[in-house]
Design a protein around this ligand. Structure first.
Ligand code: GUN
Length: 285
């Protein structure tokens, strides 16, 4: 039977640590701040942005909110980002995705200064991660590393398998595990005989976007299973992940639940990235 990795508790610990670090910076006269930009009124994005602002309030980070209408042009958005890039009182810039279809997301991400790229989506941040240089790391995979480390999961030499190759999760996840000296395999929709690969994993990170896809037949006994997925299931709209929790729980060594596993870590790591941005911009590191 698996030990549950409590993402709610670990994310709370991280937010408390950030709160203390932010307060210490304030003593030195540095006020940490995050600009959050939301374009349009997608209901899920509105909830996410609300949660980010709440976390800022909790940790003592000043949040500046820009809620722009759906019709905002790409040029208007780039102008705002440019203004924030040049504003020394703003440490981090976050543009909530997805953006309306008429706006080119890649162009917007590239418009954010890499020094303020607290989401870690800018190609420079991604490049830095891949060559092992200091830079911002995408919050969800950074959160997974914290879950593993704070649950005493040995990564050096471990067989780690990542399912999913997205720019936001799968690719940075594999780079981070490599940085921890794991042996890393990345699987995706075209992988032949997925079970044969996942059965080797000491640590399995699942980010495929298919509800309850991974059952016990994919798991090596005693493996650590990290579920990055989040879906609403059936009529009752109960939350579930990419992993069939009931089936995997008895064979795994450690497992993250949904909700309360990876989910809360993303915002905690965003808060930490904002703190790091302020440290870097004020030459305090
Ligand atoms: N939309 C869904 N997740 C994220 C995230 O981590 N950052 C941003 N900017 N948008 C998102």
């Amino acid at each position: 039977m698996a030990e549950i990795i409590d993402g709610k508790k670990i994310s709370q610990d991280i937010k408390d640590e950030v709160k203390d670090k932010v307060a210490a910076l304030k003593e030195k006269g540095v006020d940490v701040s995050l600009a959050v930009i939301l374009v349009g009124n997608d209901p899920a994005s509105t909830v996410y942005v609300g949660n980010k602002k709440k976390a800022c309030e909790y940790t003592g980070i000043r949040s500046l909110s820009y809620e722009l209408p759906e019709e905002t042009t790409e040029e208007e958005l780039l102008t705002l980002i440019d203004k924030l890039n040049n504003d020394d009182t703003v440490n981090g810039i976050l543009v909530q995705l997805p953006l309306p279809k008429h706006i080119d997301e890649d162009k917007i991400i590239r418009g954010i200064s890499p020094d303020k790229d607290v989401d870690g989506f800018h190609p420079e941040s991604v490049g830095r991660l891949s060559i092992g240089e200091k830079g911002f790391v995408s919050c969800t995979p950074a959160g997974v590393i914290q879950l593993l480390k704070r649950s005493n999961v040995e990564l050096t030499g471990a067989e780690c398998v990542v399912i999913g190759r997205s720019n936001i999760v799968g690719k940075p996840m594999s780079m981070l595990l490599l940085r921890e000296n794991a042996t890393v395999t990345v699987c995706h929709s075209r992988t032949k005989d997925l079970r044969e690969v996942t059965k080797r994993a000491d640590v399995l990170v699942v980010a495929i976007g298919k509800p309850e896809f991974i059952d016990d037949s994919y798991i090596k006994e005693g493996a650590t299973v990290i579920d990055v997925g989040i879906h609403r299931k059936g009529e009752g709209k109960k939350l579930c992940g990419d992993v069939d929790y009931e089936k995997v729980f008895p064979v795994a060594g450690k497992i993250t639940p949904v909700p309360g596993g990876v989910g809360p870590m993303t915002i905690a790591m965003l808060m930490n990235n904002c703190y790091e941005a302020a440290v870097m911009q004020n030459d305090l590191s």
